[in-house]
Design a binder for this molecule. Structure first.
Ligand SMILES: *Cc1c(COP(=O)(O)O)cnc(C)c1O
Ligand SMILES: [Zn+2]
Length: 386
């Protein structure tokens, strides 16, 4: 029979899922969800819950809080192919999710779990998109959300979403890393809150479905995406391990985790071959990946090792250059998302990706998430076009 436990990826210790733990009592590592006797059988649902048997096999359907997230589109563009020097490159647009980012995929699972565990308050730290998703799904479930937001570091549009969905806003001095530290302090003191950051292993389960969808439709050589708190990096490797262990795929695509140069502790950790990640003071225009002390770095390393993947870093100029191409192609994305294309271009130029390779790049957020940098444009008069 299928059942799930919380399992330490470091020492193997297991915990009942009803205990609502994030870290291992024995070694302090962040826990994974582990499904015994997992089966790749899809359900009647669409999107994330189509893969219920791989995500949360035992939760009863009446506990599921969903807005029909997932099942996002793939886009091809000649402009993007030319820019990257790769014929076969497609963009998977996670900005098409209900609140405009991939965070909805994790949130539908985590908030459903909060309901299963009978919590009535959720808590998260956020660079913006997590709080938008947390606020929406908590409201849909009829429970209160609290979001710790580093006021000066969040786009107005994302804050607008969280406030509109009725979140309680907790203002934090400093940046995302300070907010995350405050979340940890809070849950050390009280059990009132269900935490929705990606240290919550159920979010990782939901985000795995991005990879299930990609691998169901295609066989890319590379999958690129922006990497900040490393939730996706962790989820994507775990999804590939799932599919490989069940013989659903017969090869493993290489994961390309792309960081912003001013917020690249994972790049330094992997390339420096260090035991521990060293926190940095993050600085980048791409606020969704402006994270200097990512919590999921060990699970993320496992993903890179399993997929024989590459961690690359790109400058803010390279990110904004790639964003302009994505925007002008008619697809559009928020700044952080464009790192996925900027990284591909860099790896193409250095010869690691060949022009004949197939690439899927993940656009993590919607164009309208951040409108603070209006592109230059010219205003015409009617007489100019007559
Ligand atoms: C959260 C987020 C990221 C970073 O994802 P991680 O899983 O934290 O690495 C990138 N882009 C957007 C738009 C995001 O909202
Ligand atoms: Zn452990």
């Amino acid at each position: 029979m299928t059942f799930s436990v919380l399992k330490c990826p470091n020492c193997g210790e297991e915990y009942n899922i009803n205990r609502n733990k994030y870290t291992c009592d024995k070694c302090g590592n962040i826990l994974d969800v582990f499904h015994y006797d997992m089966k790749y059988e899809t359900t009647k649902f669409k999107g994330v819950w189509k893969y219920k048997n791989m995500v949360h096999p035992t939760i009863s359907e009446d506990k599921i809080i969903t807005r029909g997230e997932g099942d996002t589109n793939l886009y091809r563009s000649e402009r993007i192919s030319k820019y990257a020097g790769i014929n076969n490159i497609v963009m998977k647009h996670e900005g098409e999710n209900p609140t405009g980012s991939f965070k909805d995929r994790g949130m539908t699972v985590a908030v459903s779990e909060a309901i299963r565990l009978k919590f009535n308050k959720t808590l998260c730290a956020s660079t913006g998109n997590t709080s938008a998703a947390a606020a929406s799904y908590s409201a849909l479930a009829g429970i209160e959300s609290y979001v710790m937001i580093p006021g000066k570091n969040v786009s107005t549009n994302k804050l607008f979403q969280a406030v509109s969905y009725g979140a309680n806003i907790v203002d934090i001095e400093g940046d995302f890393d300070n907010a995350m530290a405050d979340v940890k302090k809070t849950i050390d003191k009280t059990n009132d809150f269900y935490v929705l950051n990606s240290l919550n292993p159920w979010r990782i389960e939901g985000q795995k479905t991005i990879i299930y969808e990609i691998m169901e439709k295609s066989k890319p050589d590379f999958i690129s995406f922006p990497a900040g708190n490393l939730g996706n990096t962790s989820a994507f490797g775990k999804a590939l391990m799932d599919l490989k262990s069940l013989d659903i795929i017969d090869y493993v695509p290489k994961l390309l985790a792309i960081q912003a140069e001013g917020a690249a502790p994972f790049y330094d950790y992997i390339h420096g071959n260090k035991d521990h990640i060293e926190a940095v003071k993050a600085e980048t225009i791409a606020t969704a990946i402006k994270i200097g002390n990512p919590v999921n770095y060990k699970k993320a390393r496992r993903s890179m090792e399993f997929s024989n993947g590459i961690v690359e870093k790109v400058t803010d100029d390279q990110i904004m250059d790639a964003k302009r191409v994505i925007d002008r192609s008619g697809i559009g994305c928020e700044p952080a998302s464009a790192a996925s294309l900027a990284g591909v271009l860099k790896l193409r130029e250095s010869g690691i990706i060949d022009s004949g390779d197939t690439v899927t790049s993940i656009l993590t957020g919607h164009l309208l998430k951040d409108v603070s940098m209006m592109p230059e444009y010219k205003v015409l008069k009617i007489s100019d076009i007559l």
